[in-house]
Design a protein around this ligand. Structure first.
Ligand SMILES: *Cc1c(COP(=O)(O)O)cnc(C)c1O
Length: 403
């Protein structure tokens, strides 16, 4: 019976289709029940027809599932579809975005290696490097994201990896991915890109020269704020190391979450297009409003890396920030005057969110460190969801009226 669930059962019918078609139909393991929608294989382990079959499966002579820390059909379908969208040989799913980063570091680096990390990465990513990886002998240096020369200058003989997020949060700075790939490859290092803000719909780092792509599926891949998950995409040879780490250490994706993310992938392109269209129109509108001193969005011609954004992204994303006159008090009045935007630091949801970075996501930094990171007291970050953009604009107008 297990033969009818052979991995890739439908793949042969899909030869030559585009990634978007694969994202809806690829890799489905249809059971003998004939279900149309993907089955949720909510099982921790698997049974064998005989002792001999069990022995052959455990030894790897025969392919098949053993235990869901190793493989699960629902999780594998998600991995195959995400890999197709990223143009990767293989994707490996993880329990969260943070465990995707942890698994990457644990399986591709070792004590004594040096890694260069963008100064503007997710806060927990900095915590992972500083608090947990440095004590195991990883050397870590932080580099300004947009300055390719600074990356080149910071390379050491033992540099194994360059790690970036692009665009950055909350100021929408970009890494020049092809330039950083060149810097890395000239010294035999890998470029890793956290592609959470773009998803493969807006940016495909592997095609731009990166070696590894990391996702927090929690954000746009789910898209409706339900589940935590993550993924790492790259060449089969590297992913083999990742699979080994996950099998042994366990931060694998839950089959239930994989099933939710499969539904997310089916609508990802449509959702990203809608997120981007609304964010772009609100960024343009905000940039014309008195009281707004600056808008940070790579889709605006005034953005210093607008040309790079057009070259390496097919849309400018759902996240934008702006500064209001009057510092923290004004920013808080603005935020409290909105009624549709949710006051939360989350993003990648159908529901739009509004955040005051200086007192939340970046609140633990010293005032000097915050200033160095460009996080002003009047800065407000928006992550644009899927509501009617006219209502969002009216909500922001209420915020402006409260300044
Ligand atoms: C949220 C986020 C993460 C962490 O993902 P979790 O799924 O919350 O663990 C990593 N990188 C970026 C850019 C994120 O926004």
């Amino acid at each position: 019976m297990s033969e009818q669930w052979t991995p890739g059962y439908l793949d042969s019918d899909l030869d030559g289709v585009h990634a978007d078609t694969f994202a809806v139909r690829g890799g489905q393991r249809r059971s003998p029940e004939g279900e149309h929608n993907e089955a949720l294989y909510l099982t921790s382990s698997y049974v064998f027809g005989s002792a001999a079959e069990a022995a052959a499966t455990f030894s790897g002579e025969r392919s098949g599932n053993v235990y869901s820390r190793y493989t699960n059909p629902t999780v594998r379908t998600f991995e195959e579809r995400l890999a197709a969208l990223e143009g990767a040989e293989q994707a490996v799913a993880t329990a969260s975005g943070m465990s995707a980063i942890l698994a990457t570091m644990m399986s591709l680096c070792k004590g004594g290696d040096h890694v260069l990390v963008s100064q503007s990465v997710f806060g927990s990513t900095i915590g992972l490097f500083d608090k947990y990886l440095k004590p195991f002998g990883l050397e870590v240096d932080y580099v300004p994201l947009a300055d390719a020369d600074a990356w080149r200058a910071a390379m050491k003989p033992n540099t194994r990896m360059l790690f970036v997020e692009s665009p950055s949060n909350p100021l929408s700075e970009l890494a020049d991915i092809p330039a950083l790939a060149e810097v890395a490859h000239a010294k035999g290092a890998m470029l890793v890109v956290d592609n959470c803000f773009c998803t493969p719909i807006l940016q495909q780092p592997l095609k731009l020269g990166a070696d590894i792509v990391i996702h927090s599926a929690t954000k746009f891949i789910d898209g409706q704020g339900r589940c935590l998950g993550g993924a790492v995409c790259g060449q089969a040879e590297q992913m083999k190391e990742l699979v080994g780490f996950l099998r042994t250490c366990g931060p694998t994706m839950s089959p239930f979450n994989a099933w939710v993310f499969l539904k997310g992938l089916e609508t990802l392109r449509l959702r990203m297009q809608a997120h981007c269209a609304s964010a772009h129109s609100l960024a343009l509108w905000l940039s014309e409003q008195p009281g707004v001193t600056r808008v940070y969005y790579s889709g605006l011609p005034s953005h210093p890396q607008h040309e790079l954004a057009k070259a390496q992204m097919s849309g400018f994303g759902a996240v934008l920030s702006f500064e209001v006159d009057g510092g923290k008090e004004a920013a808080w009045r603005f935020i409290d005057a909105t009624r549709i935007f949710s006051i939360t630091a989350n993003l990648g949801d159908a529901k739009s969110t509004i955040t005051h970075p200086a007192t939340t996501t970046h609140g633990r930094l010293s005032p000097e460190a915050r200033a160095a990171a460009g996080i002003g007291d009047g800065l407000i970050r928006l992550a644009i969801g899927l509501e009617d953009v006219r209502d969002l604009q009216a909500d922001l107008a209420s915020g402006l009226a409260a300044l």
